[in-house]
Design a protein around this ligand. Structure first.
Ligand code: NG1
Ligand code: MG
Length: 554
């Protein structure tokens, strides 16, 4: 749905920042030394490897989701913040070939290297489809093809994903060819950890290819679905579509957080009726600490039984719920839970209801979910249904069901948990609204003691973890254990962050207690035993909201 939204909020309309010096990048004259060293090293290493200076360095941060898990694809608002850990890509055009024939044969070819030697050098080129291979309807979207292996987790897949949209949005049909590109990547976002290294890679890659091909300038109008010159909203839109190329039907949270964040606050991002983002100030004494469970969540591979399955479960449940509530939907509509909530509240089309009204609606809807339980449950605790039963509940024919809910996605399951999933989504969406309201109240309060606010935020986070673990079943034993340890170590709240099934937790810790907290967690969580210094800081660290993606022109 996101592809068809019109992006009209202020942040979305801002241009993508292109800077000409590192001090501009960091927003002050005093460039923080370790940061500057990293950027300079990357530029020097590029020059060593490719024999000339890079033309640009693109940066995209990872993010930590403070609350609102697995609800972005149901179009409910989420509350992440970009973190300082990021992906940097140094890039530049390869010197142009002389003859026209050579120019065509090397059009858009890429040499991609990574400072981390674990990720080997990759050389690839997009294939231009012949006009007769491109169907009318797809003429714009698919003029170029890149092989992306979605069966295996490969680092260059994310580079290719970012390239895909640039090729097909900017080089479709015309006589202009993409230039050959060399690029060098470095990253400080741990992979597969729920901090969105994937979205950071895709956003940085998208930016790199735009920059090298001279497509970052301003001027022409942004055409929805096919942006010519991008603003932040357009970049998010492009990056979301790009990331789907890797095989995960993600919502838009990670890309929006990576592109639209600002160091002064967290972001409340809502997706309905349009993408919009607004800053949420965090209480002065609140520190958010990420701790990696060190279970790598291989989302690209396990999507069939995890992520994509949840996407389908929540979409089918939305239809069944709509039918039971008397909310009208078309036979081929893939209505989301957020739309059902709006229609149920008889919202005027396209008009968003305020957070308070939405919260009340969700509370009411949570009591109307019995229709999602099987009539006779053989296993009373599980409340799951079979595929046949689910199709019957949807009121669609087998063919129509397949077309609407299965033809575009790869899933593997025999049991579908509609009730539990929706119970999670509605309650989690409410928690986000309550969390946001608490932050705004704390910011507006004249009392310098924010303990009560912190406690409230903490318990919302704890409830979120329970719901992720028991209802959405996207936690794992290590994440459950690590969040318990965090609470015992003094955290006011602790939960998994990102898709789950491994990866990081985020804990709310009172300022001044962070050191003690980290030490306690270190002692109690077995995989951390013996870690010191940088090695410890790699797995458990306090985060500060960071600025969003940008490009440095060298
Ligand atoms: P992570 O775990 O960071 O990849 C994923 C999705 C988000 C969101 C969360 C769960 C992608 C790219 N991102 O995040 O859109 O649905 O899970 O809240 O798949
Ligand atoms: Mg990801």
């Amino acid at each position: 749905q996101i592809a068809f939204l019109i992006w009209k909020t202020m942040i979305a309309q801002q241009p993508i920042p292109v800077y000409e010096s590192l001090s501009e990048v960091f927003g002050s004259l005093e460039v923080s030394l370790p940061h500057a060293t990293r950027w300079n090293n990357l530029a020097e290493e590029f020059e060593k490897r490719f024999g000339r200076k890079p033309a640009y360095i693109a940066r995209a941060p990872g993010r930590v989701n403070l609350i609102g898990e697995h609800i972005d694809y149901a179009l409910f608002g989420v509350l992440p913040a970009a973190i300082e850990r990021d992906i940097l890509i140094a890039c530049g055009p390869r010197s142009l070939p002389e003859t026209d024939a050579h120019k065509t044969s090397t059009a858009g070819s890429v040499v991609a290297e990574n400072l981390n030697s674990k990720y080997t050098r990759q050389v690839f080129a997009p294939a231009a489809k012949k006009p007769e291979e491109v169907s009318e309807a797809q003429a714009h979207a698919e003029a170029w093809h890149l092989d992306i292996n979605t069966k295996e987790l490969r680092w260059e897949s994310y580079v290719k994903a970012g390239y895909y949209g640039v090729l097909n949005h900017h080089f479709s049909g015309g006589s202009e060819l993409p230039v050959p590109v060399d690029l060098l990547v470095t990253g400080s976002v741990p992979a597969g950890s729920g901090l969105s290294s994937s979205a950071a890679m895709v956003v940085a890659s998208t930016l790199s290819f735009l920059a090298v091909n001279g497509k970052l300038g301003s001027g022409s109008e942004v055409e929805v679905g096919r942006p010519a010159n991008l603003n932040k909203g357009g970049l998010v839109q492009l990056a979301v579509l790009n990331e789907k190329r890797v095989g995960v039907n993600s919502g838009g949270m990670d890309q929006a957080a990576s592109v639209m964040s600002d160091p002064s606050s967290a972001l409340y991002i809502s997706f309905y009726p349009t993408l919009s983002a607004s800053g949420v100030p965090l209480p002065t004494h609140a520190v958010f600490v990420c701790a990696n469970s060190l279970v790598v969540s291989d989302k690209a591979l396990s999507a069939k039984r995890g992520y994509n399955l949840r996407v389908v479960e929540t979409l089918v449940a939305a239809r069944i719920l709509a039918n039971s509530l008397g909310v009208k939907i078309g036979e081929t509509d893939r209505v989301t839970l957020r739309e059902v909530a709006s229609k149920y509240a008889q919202e005027k089309d396209g008009d968003d209801m305020g957070p308070e009204a939405l919260e009340q609606t969700l509370k009411k809807l949570e009591d109307k979910l019995d229709v999602l339980k099987p009539k006779i449950s053989s296993d009373s605790g599980q409340l799951g249904v079979t595929m046949d039963k689910m199709i019957e509940m949807s009121g669609l024919s087998k063919e129509a069901f397949y077309q609407v809910y299965l033809s575009w996605v790869d899933i593997e399951a025999t049991n579908f948990q509609l009730y539990k999933r929706v119970k999670h989504v509605f309650s989690e969406a409410r928690r986000v609204l309550l969390f946001r309201r608490t932050c705004l109240e704390a910011a507006g309060s004249s009392d310098s003691n924010d303990s009560v606010y912190l406690q409230n935020l903490g318990s919302l986070m704890n409830d979120s973890q329970d719901s992720c673990s028991n209802l959405y079943e996207c936690s794992c034993p290590e994440l459950d254990q690590l969040t318990r340890i965090a609470r015992d170590a003094g955290a006011l709240g602790s939960r998994l962050t990102g898709a789950g099934w491994g990866g990081c937790t985020v804990s709310l810790v009172r300022e001044g207690e962070v050191e003690k907290f980290i030490q306690k967690v270190k002692e109690a969580y077995t995989p951390y035993k013996g870690l010191e210094g940088d090695a410890l800081n790699e797995v458990i660290f306090a985060t500060k909201p960071s600025r969003g993606a940008c490009v440095l022109k060298l």
